[in-house]
Design a protein around this ligand. Structure first.
Ligand code: SAM
Length: 620
């Protein structure tokens, strides 16, 4: 299977309705797709009445297509939103994502939707397999799009829906979207009393739904269709969280304390505000005092050769950072010319290009075996942090006293605490095995003005306007202090001479300032995000792992306490995605990641591994 999903093979009816040649079916009725969406899915799910009085409402869909159902729903939400702080989450699944231009063409049939269509198209999800998460905070609307075949993506998804739109082409033309194996998965992701609606009354669909616990009823159909289905879930839904799974909050969080004002904490604060929470950000040293304080930073993808959970996670995080920062005054799109450092790396690049995980808009081959990342970003961390912290209550420059068990910070009570203080989180989780890596970069101002550009080969060099930045070194932080050193400056100068001698010549004639920071790094180099495990209970519950036995139990966690950390040298790439994961976990929103990605960043992984490998003692 190619890493990029196959685009749909589209035909268009004379009325402008898209037709999928592969399935020989229309995306929506040619007569009036919008009215059909309203009658079959919105009214079929009892909307808007069903969301009255709700603080959060989640709708899931099989088959995102042109996004018409999503826009019809958003339009109804605008007119009937239960309260100014209510949140609507839409989760959808799509194997063959439409290009933005095709979606625009299809949606142009409804001028009344054009204000919303423009907003959706402006942030149209990138097509690589994985999970895209887009939100429109002012509207209280979020979209979580799982890209990939539903048979793979649905079991990996984590959410609980109040309503389902089942919209996967006609069952007789596309059996994969109505497979009997899907209904139990749908039921496991349906809240008690949740509903489902669809245009088809095919017997297999009715049987699948009722066997999974839905009460199904036929209703008068829309347009030329005689009948349609409505279903109500009579089961209890939601699977129990596993050892690495995400924890829904015991009570909805309102006041959230965030400890640490580097890029991780700042992104958590921004996400918390977008989700309608009240974040308070604490840092004794102020914003960007640690590793996030360099004058410029680069956001570029790390591309693995294989299609592993880790490779997908890296792409999800990169695409999320790209979408989160693009267009901010502190960010500029740039291309990065990445040259291989070794034959091994050249072979990896060749594999990546043979089966690219990003589309041509993002990635191309360059002469000499290199990669050209065409939509990377150069950012000014200070400006990005300010942007993230706008409207957030900031408590800087004073000591921070945290009582995790009582959920108190400096004596004040919170509903949740997120620890995002770099190496500071090691105190709450020594078993994370965090180590500090010392990274130094060099900066020169007053250079010949240049558009944003970057070159990389292990080290990297950036230009933006009159600034240049290059580095970075990567060494153990032996005494935990962020010292600059002449040796690191010399190593960076040597690397710049190879990467961009023309920049080096000019920069070396001006004042060069060195910046050092400590990057908190985990043993497996992947970051951590999620609920903070209760280590004492976890060592007891999972003790049998130490004896080679298996345990099927949820992870015991400290209620209301979360971690974001271990971002290593990819802070600006990981932070927006991790922040969204944690705020989704904390508010009970759909988790914008596939389960293998969640497991790969779960703090619990180190406890489970430690018990299995005998490096962590089980409790008696
Ligand atoms: N709800 C859409 C809209 O508002 O435009 C129309 C959905 S269209 C009827 C069905 C969608 O299901 C198509 O976009 C198609 O690519 C997608 N699809 C078909 N088979 C799939 C599969 N096995 N997994 C995921 N998506 C699939």
């Amino acid at each position: 299977m190619a890493r990029l999903p196959a685009p749909p093979d589209l035909d268009w009816t004379p009325e402008g309705t898209p037709v999928a040649r592969q399935f020989d079916d229309v995306y929506f009725t040619t007569a009036d797709g919008l009215e059909e969406a309203r009658a079959v899915f919105l009214a079929g799910c009892g909307l808007p009445e069903r969301w009255q009085g709700r603080r959060v409402f989640t709708v899931a869909e099989t088959g995102f297509g042109t996004g018409l159902n999503f826009l019809a729903l958003w339009d109804l939400w605008r007119r009937t939103r239960p309260s100014p702080t209510a949140q609507l989450h839409f989760v959808s699944f799509e194997a063959h994502p439409l290009a933005e231009s095709d979606a625009a063409r299809a949606l142009s049939a409804w001028p009344e939707l054009s204000p919303l269509a423009e907003r959706a198209l402006a942030r149209w999800p990138a097509c690589p397999r994985g999970v895209r998460s887009i939100s429109w905070p002012g509207e209280g609307v979020s979209l979580t799009l799982h890209i990939g075949d539903i048979a793979e993506a649905l079991p990996r998804s984590v959410f609980s829906a109040d309503a389902w739109f089942l919209d996967g082409f006609s069952p007789s033309r596309n059996a994969s979207m109505w497979d009997q194996g899907l209904y139990p998965l749908i039921a496991a992701r349906t809240a008690p009393g949740g509903v489902a609606a669809t245009f088809t009354v095919a017997r297999a669909v009715r049987e699948g739904l009722s066997t999974a616990g839905f009460e199904v009823s036929k209703q008068p159909g829309f347009g030329r269709k005689r009948e349609r289905l409505e279903a109500r879930f009579a089961g209890s839904g939601a699977p129990a969280p596993g050892a690495l799974a995400w924890h829904a909050p015991a009570s909805p969080a309102g006041k959230v304390a965030i400890i640490g004002a580097g890029i991780a904490g700042a992104c958590v604060a921004r996400e918390a505000r977008s989700a309608g929470l009240q974040p308070a950000l604490f840092d004794p040293k102020g914003p960007g005092a640690g590793a996030s304080g360099n004058p410029l930073a680069l956001i570029m993808p790390r591309l693995d050769a294989g299609d592993t959970p880790q490779a997908r996670l890296l792409i999800d995080a990169y695409l999320h950072a790209q979408a989160a920062f693009q267009g901010l005054p502190g960010a500029e799109m740039t291309s990065v010319h990445q040259s291989p450092r070794s034959d091994e790396e050249a072979a990896r690049f060749a594999k990546v290009l043979a089966d690219p995980p990003l589309p041509l808009e993002d990635l191309e081959a360059v002469a000499g075996g290199g990669l050209l990342h065409k939509r990377a970003l150069v950012v000014r961390p200070k400006q990005i942090l300010e942007d993230c912290m706008a409207g957030v209550a900031c408590h800087f420059g004073a000591p921070v006293e945290t009582d995790l068990a009582a959920l108190r910070v400096n004596g004040d009570a919170f509903d949740a605490i997120v620890l995002a203080s770099g190496m500071g989180i090691a105190a709450a989780g020594p078993w994370l095995g965090l180590t500090g890596k010392l990274g130094q970069v060099e900066h020169a101002a007053g250079q010949t003005p240049a558009p944003a550009s970057a070159v990389a080969a292990g080290h990297y060099a950036l230009a933006w306007g009159e600034e240049r930045l290059w580095g970075a070194t990567y060494a153990p932080a032996t005494d935990g202090e962020a010292h600059v050193s002449a040796a690191a400056q010399a190593a960076n100068a040597a690397a710049l001479e190879t990467l961009a001698p023309w920049w080096h010549r000019q920069a070396s004639q001006s004042a060069v300032t060195s910046h050092a920071g400590i990057r908190a790094t985990t043993p497996d180099r992947l970051p951590v995000a999620g609920a903070l495990p209760d280590i004492a209970r976890a060592r007891r519950v999972f003790a049998p792992l130490a004896r080679g036995q298996s345990v099927d139990a949820p992870a015991p966690c400290l209620p209301g306490v979360y971690l974001v950390g271990g971002l290593g040298s990819r802070g600006f790439t990981f932070a927006p995605w991790l922040a969204r994961l944690v705020i989704a976990g904390l508010t009970g929103a759909p988790i914008p990641a596939a389960r293998p990605s969640l497991e790969a960043v779960s703090p619990m992984r180190f406890i489970l591994r430690g018990l299995k490998r005998g490096t962590l003692n089980p409790a008696p």
